[in-house]
Design a protein around this ligand. Sequence first.
Ligand SMILES: [Zn+2]
Length: 308
Amino acid sequence: MALLLGIAVVGLFGHRPLLWLADRRLDPTILLTGWLLSTVGLIVSTVATISLFALPADEHPASGIFRLAGGCWTALSSGSLPGWREGLASLGVIGAATILLRIGWAVTARRRRSRKTAPHVEQLRLLAAGAPSGDPLWVRDDRPLAMSIGGRPGVIVMSDSLRHHLTPGALAATLEHERAHLRGRHHLLVAIVETLAAALPLSPLLRAAPAALEDLIELAADAQAARRCGPAAVQEALSRLTGQPTPAVGLAMASRLTQARLRRLSTGSVGATRAMRVAGCTAVGVAALSLPAAAGWLALNVVGCVVA
Ligand SMILES: [Zn+2]
């Protein structure tokens, strides 16, 4: 029951501490970790916990994985579960199945949508196949355009007019920004939280995740580009590319939050140091994973009891 309460609290209010930390300008990589682990963790713990209703957990004081609690298997096989437990068990199964079916539906809908642009993306991948990995595919276009398309292999597309619009330093920063998106698998992260939000829009945490993640990946890519090319180069690239039309697929350089990003770069910020990022990610990870860990511990206890 305490676990269910924890799930409800995280599902309803889990976005608040993350948004509060974002207001305090915590390193974007740490926040990305927090959002991803808390959204995926919420789903995993919810499904695990309510599935456990189907097992006769209350029959025993299950206090350890290896504790051989007698009688529960007998209770299960002889069908001597009390009536209310049977009701709870079927509710648990229905709840878990509904969540999994909704996620399945959201994945299918997403696939169907991406099939429309698939031929174009495939063409770009083929064209980029000859270039060394990490190099952009240069296309002829008068509009300055820089974007990355996720997947295997990822593709960076840049228009040749960028060379006229940007200094070599800013051009290198733009390329580093797009490379950071591919290295960080940012397209995949956004796809995961968008799918979960579409599947289970009732949870404010899941609903808030896509917009927060889309902003954070831009900040994280800026920080990585700033570490390699200097904040001034990224700032120049961003201010020159602002206002360009955003493509239908992939992540464009100056699509979101440009004013806030420019402000952050103007302070010379390149994000936290590597050690600070690792420490921060670990701290956020421990906090975000405490709920799934508790659900996993309970699951091991219950399953251990049933098979014992
Ligand atoms: Zn970007």
